[in-house]
Write a protein that binds this ligand. Structure first.
Ligand SMILES: *[C@@H]1O[C@H](CO)[C@@H](O)[C@H](O)[C@H]1NC(C)=O
Length: 286
């Protein structure tokens, strides 16, 4: 039988452990606090006290989650580690989107491949329900080995897609030329892992190898430095957010040009065969 002293000591340790457990759950940046798992019937899992989230995909379903909050402008960072090995046919999507028909959307999609063959980073911007603004890239590292940071900066001036802090694409506000710009509709952050083997890998030629399932992608360090939108008001006063009026400085523009010169594999703005009536207006302005 335990003596009263040893009982209270173990009780004390237990409450310490419990307190630190609760503290880590309550700590900002926890997936428990920040997101809702929306589909996948148990295939999406929050682990490590909320610091890690994994999505998985098998023959019968993928999985996904979305942010609890909506944002109207922000700098949204997420670290991702993609499905390793033979990931052909899988797509990991990570995007911001508003609701409804004439919606706005800012998309990252990561298209898997056979072992050793490169992932494609597919990007798109929808404004008022209209997309067709795809740009695609290879990466300068193996995105399945480690976590890397994929970010979207969305402010009144432009939308910038970043990989590890390097801008890969800029979509400027060209409202003055009649191009709609996302500015009225708040967006949530969505991530999912799903089967797209009818188009994703080499245009659908390479199918998913279900003997390798379940496929798993991992997420951590979700950091939404955004203007939270709630009941019609924004949490931001613009002056307080350094990213709100941020433009690309010349070192960033140089990095952007480096990526686009060496890693861009598709740019809708140069696809004259596709846009037979003329390139979209935002493509023909500097
Ligand atoms: C997969 O690898 C092939 C061969 O290197 C390449 O052409 C293709 O762009 C890669 N990515 C995808 C998603 O198909």
């Amino acid at each position: 039988m335990a003596s009263p002293a040893s009982f209270s000591a173990s009780n004390f340790l237990l409450s310490l452990a419990l307190a630190s457990h609760l503290a880590s759950i309550a700590f900002a940046g926890s997936f428990y606090q920040d997101v809702d798992i929306t589909w996948g019937d148990g295939r999406a899992k929050i682990l490590n006290n909320g610091r890690l989230l994994t999505l998985s995909l098998d023959r019968s379903s993928g999985s996904g989650f979305q942010s609890k909050k909506e944002y109207l402008y922000g700098k949204i960072d997420m670290q991702l580690k993609f499905v390793p090995g033979n990931s052909a046919g899988t797509v990991t999507a990570h995007y911001l989107s508003s609701q409804g028909g004439a919606h706005d959307e800012i998309d990252f999609e990561f298209l898997g491949n056979l072992s050793g063959d490169p992932y494609i980073v597919h990007t798109n911007v929808y404004t008022q329900g209209k997309g067709n603004r795809e740009m695609q890239f290879y990466l300068w590292f193996d995105p399945t080995k480690d976590f890397h940071t994929y970010s979207v900066l969305w402010n009144p001036r432009h939308i910038v897609f970043y990989v590890d802090g390097t801008p890969i694409r800029e979509f400027k506000n060209r409202e003055s030329a009649g191009v709609p710009y996302p500015k009225n509709q708040p967006m949530k952050v969505y991530s999912s892992l799903w089967n797209a083997d009818d188009w994703a890998t080499r245009g659908g030629l390479v199918k998913a190898d279900w003997s390798k399932a379940p496929f798993t992608a991992s997420f951590r360090n979700f950091n939404a430095n955004g203007c939270v939108w709630s009941s019609g008001t924004s949490s931001c006063s613009s002056a307080s957010n350094p990213w709100m009026w941020q433009e690309l400085d010349s070192p960033s523009l140089e990095r952007l040009r480096w990526v686009q010169k060496n890693y861009m594999i598709y740019n809708y703005c140069t696809d004259v065969k596709r846009f037979t009536q003329g390139l979209p207006p935002e493509c023909t302005m500097s």
